[in-house]
Write a protein that binds this ligand. Structure first.
Ligand code: ATP
Ligand code: MG
Length: 589
């Protein structure tokens, strides 16, 4: 942890949605902002209505809602009116095929316009939307569709042929495959979506869904084990709006880019729903991460608000600050990160290289929306996740001997990060795992499974996941602290830290380090670097916490949503079964 504070008061934006955090937090319950409060009392809410249809016949209607950038460099623009009509067409297509409210619609596609249209169209129809990541293999696709009792799949011809065609008839509930690029003669049960859309009804009405009706089923990232199916309801949109307003400081005038894929909750909550609710323009890039391409998009699209993830930031850092020099990023005014702990080094790099610090925020698939954040108008303490959103009560809790949860009030004491239950986007179940769901709650608190500390000013500091905590010689060590210290070394691009059993100390801290590309990697230089890094970490962390062993890897195993899979580093280290690796991305050992 660092003592640095980035005080932004000299350049504080007069127009930021949240100017006085404490005032806003304390007065929130009596006076929620008008930008969102108009739906909080309603019994009937529909996410797609809030995102799209409510802008019809307002000054937003003709605005650019979505600009799609293809891999090949084409662009396609959709106004809010276009989106309203196309999502209605999609909803009418589902209706014509005989699907009803509550039916499950899965998607398996790259970031194509019809993915976005069908996500919103599904919600409009009252069906439940579940996005799958397009790079999944056939097995993770099948198992999620089986568990989720999928009725419809939206995909492309090539993904269908490669990953779905051979088994889909075996799934009892699955009745239709809608092919985004389908044409000509198709297998039975498969439909060409463009053709169906051309016959769709652009004025098909939005379903008048109950606020607690299921809207989204999201699978978690699988960082700690088998992914869970998380249930969200239409009321979640209240928190999508609130958090976009407060935590991302979104204004209708913003050009916003969320780099997450809709296969993960961030890519849906903040890559589809929230920016549209705020009437902003959102940019969608079909291509995968590429350093120069990303800088070019930031420049050419005049992105003002950018929401990305630590892995991507670390990759930009790895490429070096010089690359950034050729680009004009003067439109950028707010940048944020989520998904993994954001090392202080990365926040400071943003400030130095992009002229803005990254604003870290924290949430989970289960919370449905951002819960803790660094705000545009508030000072940043690099390494801290920030403070709870207005309307959210967070706490650090521990279990007493009876197993009951009690709040810890002492500053900087580690405990489990918990939230007072009942916020609008709180998940309403783990699909088919009701006991597991019940176990997440105790005395009115939702227990997140993450460990954190709160300082005197009420800022939260991530320590690690409950499962990743290392117990060494009586110390409890969070891997994040060790990883961040290693990241401060100029040669280190990324680090993953685990505890391995040790007779003497209980567990020994071991670090896996990926080096920056410019670091010379001969046997001799690596040996010297290993020693240097151990000393470097000891100086910062002390001998009890610093890693005893450091090994180098080209890449660290990560989930497809970009999180370091420490459980896999550990399983491999100990020769244990690897468990569910359906979300594993880079597998280089
Ligand atoms: P699974 O639950 O299947 O193991 P997962 O927890 O990685 O997967 P997500 O819901 O996508 O699935 O991720 C939420 C988790 O990501 C949080 O519980 C936390 O551990 C981590 N996380 C998210 N944002 C931050 C952040 N700003 N700082 C630290 N950790 C974060
Ligand atoms: Mg989780």
């Amino acid at each position: 942890m660092t003592e640095t504070i980035i005080d932004k008061s000299p350049r504080r934006q007069a127009k930021s949605n949240l100017t006085d955090y404490h005032e806003c937090y304390t007065s929130f319950c009596s006076e929620p902002p008008s930008a969102v409060s108009d739906i909080s009392h309603r019994e009937r809410i529909n996410i797609a209505y809030e995102a799209v249809d409510r802008h019809l016949n307002t000054e937003i209607e003709k605005k650019l809602a979505l600009r799609w950038l293809s891999k090949q460099g084409e662009t396609m623009d959709f106004s809010y009116r276009d989106l309203a009509e196309q999502t209605s067409c999609f909803a009418s297509v589902l209706h014509r095929l005989g699907f009803e409210r509550g039916d499950r619609v899965f998607s398996l596609a790259g970031r194509l316009p019809l993915l976005y249209i069908s996500a919103l169209g599904t919600l409009k129809s009252g069906c439940v939307f579940t996005p799958l990541f397009s790079a999944f293999g056939p097995e993770p696709i099948r198992s999620r569709m089986e568990i989720g009792e999928a009725n419809v799949l939206i995909t492309t011809m090539s993904l269908y042929r490669k990953k779905v065609a051979s088994w889909w008839h075996e799934l009892p509930y699955l009745k239709a495959i809608l092919l985004i690029d389908g044409s000509g003669e198709l297998d039975e049960g498969c439909y060409a979506l463009p053709e169906l859309m051309s016959q769709g009804d652009p004025h098909y009405p939005c379903a008048n869904t109950q606020k607690d009706e299921m809207a989204l089923l999201h699978f978690t990232s699988g960082t700690t084990g088998k992914p869970k199916g998380v249930i969200h309801v239409h009321q979640a949109v209240e928190e999508h709006k609130l958090s976009a307003y407060y935590a991302l400081d979104l204004h209708p005038s913003d050009i916003y880019w969320c780099t997450a894929d809709p296969g993960w909750v961030t890519g849906t909550s903040y890559g589809i729903v929230a920016p549209l609710c705020m009437g902003a323009t959102m940019i969608v890039d079909e291509a995968e991460f590429e350093v120069e391409r990303w800088y070019r998009i930031l420049q050419e699209q005049h992105i003002t608000v950018w929401y990305t993830a630590p892995t991507a930031i670390r990759m930009l850092m790895r490429a070096g600050s010089e690359v950034r020099q050729g680009y004009d990023l003067s439109a950028l005014r707010f940048i944020a990160s989520v998904g993994e702990p954001l090392n202080p080094e990365a926040v400071i790099w943003g400030e130095k290289t992009l002229g803005l610090p990254f604003h870290d925020n924290w949430w989970q698939t289960e919370t449905g929306a951002i819960m803790i954040a660094n705000y545009a108008s508030q000072a940043i303490k690099p390494g801290s996740m920030g403070q709870p959103l207005p309307g959210i009560t967070a706490g650090i809790v521990k279990r007493n001997e009876q197993g009951d949860v009690e709040e810890v009030h002492k500053p900087m004491e580690t405990g489990e990060l918990a939230l007072k239950q009942g916020w609008p986007s709180m998940f309403r179940g783990y699909l088919h795992q009701s006991e597991r769901y019940e176990r997440c709650f105790n005395h009115g608190w939702y227990l997140s499974g993450d460990l954190a500390m709160r300082d005197e000013q009420g800022y939260y500091w991530f320590v690690g996941r409950v499962d990743d905590l290392i117990k060494s010689s009586g110390h409890l060590i969070g891997p994040f602290e060790v990883e961040s210290a290693l990241m401060e070394h100029e040669s280190v691009a990324e680090a993953g830290v685990i505890g391995i059993p040790d007779e003497l100390t209980g567990e020994m801290v071991k670090a896996y380090v990926a080096l920056k590309p410019n670091v010379e990697q001969t046997e001799q230089t690596l040996e010297a670097l290993q020693k240097e890094l151990k000393g470097f970490a000891r100086k910062r962390l002390g001998a009890a916490v610093a890693p005893k062993e450091i090994v180098f890897r080209q890449n660290l195993p990560k989930t497809r949503s970009g999180k370091i899979m420490r459980r896999l580093l550990k399983a491999r280290e100990l020769g244990l079964p690897e468990g569910d690796i359906s979300t594993l991305e880079s597998d280089e050992q």
